[in-house]
Each structure stands twice: as C-alpha cells, then as structure tokens.
Design a protein around this ligand. Structure first.
Ligand code: ZN
Length: 344
C-alpha cells in the first residue's frame, strides 16, 4: 500500500505520541536504524534524523529494525482482535457493552474502539446496530408482523428499534398541510444498507418514505392522522421499497401505490421524476421543462426538496447543470450512493 504521507502532520502525531496514527505510518530513526510506531513511548529523536515510511515492510526494506519497545508490527494482532470482535458481535443476541467486547479480545476499551473504528469505519456500537437492523429486515420479510420482527431482531421493543434513528441533519421542515385528518397511517422502520428507513402508508398507498426518520416525526407531519405501527400489508410494501434501495436497477417503483399530495406543480415535478429511468439523471432545468414550466427551475428544485417519498419518487436522479450532485434531503452521500448503484 502506498500513500503520500503528510510529513508535518506525521511529525506532529509522532511528537504527540498519538495512538490514532498507529498503523498509518512508521517512524524510522536514521541514527539508531530502528523504526517505531507513532505512539512509541521512547524519547523523541531530532526531527532531521527521522524518516516517515509507509509501514514495517517498507522500513525493513530500507534497512531498519523494529523497535522492541513499541513493537511497530503488532498491527497483525490488532487486525485479529477486530476480526474476533466482528465474530462476537455477529453471534451476540443482546447488545454487547464496549468494555465487555474489548476485554474479550484483550484490549483497553478506548484503544480498541479506535482500532475497530479505524478498521471498519464505524464504532463497534454502530456496527452492532447495523447488524440488528439487517436482522430486523430479514425477520420482517419473513414474519409480516412488525412487532414480532422487532423483538426477533434483538431489540428490547419498538422504541429501541427506532431510537437509533438520529435526527437527520439538514432536513427540510415539514410544510404545513392538512395534517392527514380522517386518515389512518401505518408505519414501519426498516434497516437498509443506507441506514434506517421509515416507510409509512395510508390505506391508499405510500405517504412517506424517509431515511432516518422517526414515527414521532411522522406524527408531527400528520398531526391529525391516526398513526400506528403497520401490519403485514405494510411489511410487504416496505420489502419492495427496500428492494428499490438495494437493487434499484430491478425497477418496480411504478407498481407501488402512492398517496401523496402537493401543489399542482409539485405533483407535476414528482410525476416527471418518476419518469426518469434508473441509471439516468436529469438537470433541474430539464426537470422543470418536463414538469411543464421550463422557467421554474428553482421551484423544481424546491419540489425535489419537498418530495415525501425517498427512492420511490427518485429525486436523487436530478443533478446540477454541469454534473454537481446538488442537494438531497437525506444526505448527499446517500444520493451519490444511489446514483452509483443505478449506474452499476
Ligand atoms: Zn519504538
């Protein structure tokens, strides 16, 4: 693995004995011919006497020996511990506290948390939450009953199931609207590879599909509606929405019943969005034209932002003129991930 090393940052990390830098590079000392990991407790040599190298093999190839004090090649042991932790989390039926997990693999908790996060990009707790969400989705597809699925996946109950859904950043405020008077809305939160997804429907069709949204937020959006966990029918709809996230090129969005209301122009924009095939994108200007008003480019952008049905109404298929991603109510990273999946 070769990657450029920022020498000033590397020196600063070495000087500070920064453990989070361990594994990113090694520090070779020309005067002693020894190489160390950045956090080595030994006294610091003069900066002009050190050389920053990618890893142990590179240092040995350059004629250095491993420091006996900091054992810079113990990264293999770290990797084994992370792999073992992944195994333990996969077997666990209950949440495993960090202290317990770290002890089982023989590390101090905070050090292990950093190791794990560096290796997998998520903390052990977040990784375990992802596993539970996956199990819930699998159980949901099998069981039909949302509540059973939630318990089967190892959550203590429905509140634990969606407590993990952190408030979304940059969410557009719910527009004031009729509030769903006289309607019943069923909801379920399912796990997807792009995060927890709330799926809600009236008896006529999907009314809300949103990443990282809680049932409480749904209730605020429809203050007059009767809101309750959905049953088998909603589970079936939710399974098809999950397919749109995981296998978008398979299509199927058109067969999903939807029950959404907006202004006439918003509804025209949403219809135009549904007409964009998976794998293709449009500019906001093209979208405005397709919705019947080529001058309403900004309004077309706002209508995308107000889209109540993530993925089902594919507002992620609209890019800025010139190809920039533009905004996305559920996070630009998700938008990019969806576009990449659809392009195969
Ligand atoms: Zn050392």
């Amino acid at each position: 693995m070769t990657h450029p090393i920022d020498l000033d940052a590397a020196w600063a990390a070495f000087d500070a004995r920064d453990r989070s830098a361990d594994g990113r590079f090694v520090v070779a000392v020309r005067t002693t011919r020894i190489y160390c990991k950045p956090s080595c407790p030994a006294r610091r040599p003069k900066r002009e006497n050190v050389e920053m190298l990618g890893d142990g093999p590179a240092a040995r190839a350059a004629g250095y020996r491993a420091c006996l004090r900091c054992r810079p090649d113990d990264g293999a042991r770290d990797a084994e511990a992370v792999a073992r932790a992944v195994e333990l989390l996969g077997e666990a039926t209950e949440p495993t506290p960090l202290a317990v997990l770290a002890e089982r693999v023989g590390y101090a908790p905070h050090h292990f948390q950093r190791l794990f996060t560096r290796a997998l990009g998520v903390s052990p707790a977040a990784y375990a939450r992802g596993l539970r969400a996956e199990r819930a989705t699998a159980a949901l597809n099998r069981e039909g009953s949302v509540t059973e699925a939630i318990y089967e996946a190892g959550y203590s109950g429905p509140s634990g199931f969606y407590a993990q859904a952190a408030p979304r950043l940059g969410m557009t405020p719910a527009r004031a609207r009729a509030g769903g008077a006289g309607t019943s809305i069923g909801w379920v939160v399912v796990g997807t590879s792009l995060g927890p997804l709330l799926v809600a429907a009236t008896e006529r069709g999907l009314c809300r599909v949103a990443f990282e949204e809680t049932p409480d937020a749904l209730a605020r959006r429809y203050p007059q509606a009767a809101i309750a966990p959905g049953g088998a029918e909603l589970a079936g709809l939710a399974a098809r929405v999950i397919e749109l996230v995981e296998r978008p090129t398979a299509g199927g969005a058109d067969e999903l019943p939807i029950d959404v209301r907006g202004t006439a122009f918003q509804e025209a924009v949403w219809a135009a969005l549904k007409a964009i095939p998976p794998g293709e994108t449009r500019s906001y200007a093209e979208l405005a034209a397709a919705a019947g008003n080529r001058r309403a480019v900004r309004a077309a952008g706002s209508a995308c932002g107000a889209n109540p049905l993530a993925v089902v109404v594919p507002c992620h298929r609209v890019l800025r003129t010139g190809g920039g991603a533009g905004g996305y109510a559920w996070g630009v990273e998700r938008k990019q991930a969806l576009i990449e999946r659809e392009r195969g």
